[in-house]
Ligand binder design. Structure first.
Ligand code: PLP
Length: 389
C-alpha cells in the first residue's frame, strides 16, 4: 500500500507545475534575485489577502518574529509573554534579544494561550514589553481577551501567525490584523509555503512598517548610512514569484483542508470519539477539539487528535506500520527545553502545556488528501482503539 505522508508537496506541485515554471523563468530572465518588483507585488497581494495596510517581507518566519520584537522596542532585560506550547522560534527570538521569555499555559480546548495565565504572568512581571500569542495549528488565539489585559499596561500584542494565514476569529477578524504587528512564515510546509525559507510581517501602523523595512536591511537609509543596527533579512524574488502563484490557489487549498477536517471529525465522532468539552478523565480515549463557529475560520495547518499519553507513541507506531505518517507537535513544551533551564521552570508549572505535549498527535491534513486516504487514516486510528480496548 502506498505510504500516506504527513504533507505531500509533490502532489501540490504537480497541480501547478506550468504556472510555477513560468514564474520562475520570469525571475531568471530578469536576473534580479533579492527584493525587487516580484517582492513588492507579493507584499501588496498579501496585504490585500490579509486585509492590512502594510505587508513587509523578510527571510523567514523566525526573522519576522525577531524583527517584530525589535520594532516594538524589546531589549535586553525586558520580558515577553508567550505560550509554552508552540514552535521554538516564538521564544527563541525573545532570548536572542537578551530579553526573557515568560511562559504562559494554554487552554486545552483550543491549544492557544490562556488569557488567565497571561494575566497572572503580567501581574508577576514588572518588565513585560510585549505579549506574543500564537495562532496554533491554524486557529486564532483569543486576542480580544488579551487586549483588555494588555491595554491597562500599554503592552503591545504581537501575533505569531506563522500557522494561520487566512484564519479568522470569532468576530470574523483576520489573523494578521489582531495585534500591533503580525508575523507569518512561508516555510514550505505552511499553508502558503515557498520553495525555501520566507517570512512576512503585517501592520496597520505606518511608522512600524517603516521601521520594519529599515530593520530588515541593516538599518540603512540611504544605502551605506546606517541609522540603527538592523539585520539582513530579505525575501528572494524567486520565492516571491512562487508565492504569488500559490496565493492564487490558497483559498481552494484552505477549503480542502477544512473539508478533510470535517470528514475526519465525522468519522471519529461516529466511532465514538469525544470533543474537548469532555475530558480524557471521563474515559474518552480519542479527543477531537470542538470547532469554532462561523464567522470564525480555522485553516487547519494541523489536524490534531488527543489520546492518553501511554497510547500516543504506540498509536503513532501502529500508524507508521500501516503506512501512515504522523508528527508530534510539540513533544517538549518550551519551559522544559534544555536551553531555557536557567529560567528555572519545573515540571508541573504549566501542566496543560505539558499534558498536550504528551497526548497530541497530528494526522495528515494536506489539501490533496483523497477520500480513500482520509478513510484509511481514520480507519487505522479507530481500529487501533478497538484492538487496544
Ligand atoms: C513555522 C513557525 C515559525 C517559524 O517560521 P520559519 O519560517 O520556519 O522560521 C514560528 N512560529 C510558529 C508557530 C511556526 O509554526
Amino acid at each position: 500500500m502506498d505510504e500516506i505522508p504527513l504533507v505531500d508537496l509533490r502532489a501540490q506541485y504537480a497541480a501547478i507545475r506550468a504556472e510555477i515554471q513560468q514564474a520562475v523563468a520570469r525571475v531568471l530572465e530578469s536576473q534580479g534575485f533579492v527584493m525587487g518588483p516580484e517582492v513588492e507585488r507579493l507584499e501588496k497581494e498579501i496585504a490585500g489577502y490579509v486585509g492590512t495596510r502594510h505587508a513587509v517581507s523578510c527571510a523567514s518566519g523566525s526573522d519576522a518574529i525577531l524583527l517584530s520584537l525589535m520594532a516594538a522596542g524589546v531589549r535586553a532585560g525586558h520580558a515577553v509573554i508567550c505560550p509554552a506550547y508552540t514552535f521554538f522560534a516564538t521564544a527563541g527570538a525573545v532570548a536572542r534579544l537578551g530579553a526573557r521569555p515568560v511562559f504562559a499555559d494554554i487552554d486545552p480546548a483550543t491549544y492557544n494561550v490562556a488569557a488567565g495565565s497571561v494575566a497572572a504572568a503580567l501581574g508577576r512581571e514588572p518588565r513585560v514589553s510585549a505579549i506574543m500569542p500564537v495562532h496554533l495549528f491554524g486557529r486564532t488565539a483569543d486576542v480580544r481577551s488579551l487586549e483588555s489585559i494588555a491595554s491597562e499596561r500599554g503592552v503591545p500584542i504581537l501575533e505569531d501567525a506563522a500557522q494561520a494565514i487566512g484564519a479568522r476569529d470569532e468576530e470574523g477578524r483576520a489573523a494578521g490584523t489582531l495585534g500591533r504587528i503580525a508575523c507569518f512564515s512561508f516555510f514550505p510546509s505552511k499553508n502558503l509555503g515557498a520553495y525555501g525559507d520566507g517570512g512576512l510581517l503585517t501592520t496597520e501602523d505606518d511608522e512600524l512598517a517603516d521601521r520594519l523595512r529599515l530593520l530588515r536591511s541593516h538599518g540603512a537609509r540611504p544605502k551605506y548610512h546606517h541609522r540603527v543596527v538592523g539585520m539582513n533579512s530579505r525575501l528572494d524574488a524567486l520565492q516571491a514569484a512562487v508565492l504569488r502563484v500559490k496565493l492564487r490557489h490558497l483559498d481552494r487549498w484552505q477549503e480542502a483542508r477544512r473539508r478533510n477536517a470535517d470528514h475526519y471529525d465525522e468519522m471519529f465522532f461516529e466511532a465514538g470519539a469525544a470533543d474537548s468539552r469532555s475530558s480524557l478523565a471521563d474515559g474518552a480515549t480519542l479527543l477531537v477539539p470542538a470547532r469554532p463557529r462561523p464567522p470564525a475560520r480555522h485553516v487547519f495547518h494541523q489536524y490534531v487528535i488527543r489520546v492518553p499519553a501511554k497510547l500516543r507513541d504506540p498509536l503513532r507506531q501502529y500508524l507508521r506500520d500501516s503506512g501512515i505518517r504522523t508528527e508530534v507537535y510539540y513533544p517538549v513544551p518550551l519551559h522544559m527545553q534544555e536551553c531555557f533551564a536557567p529560567l528555572g521552570y519545573r515540571p508541573g508549572d504549566l501542566s496543560e502545556s505539558e499534558q498536550a505535549s504528551a497526548e497530541t498527535l497530528a494526522l495528515p491534513i494536506y489539501p490533496e488528501l483523497t477520500k480513500e486516504q482520509r478513510e484509511r487514516v481514520a480507519g487505522a486510528v479507530i481500529s487501533y482503539f478497538r484492538r487496544s480496548r
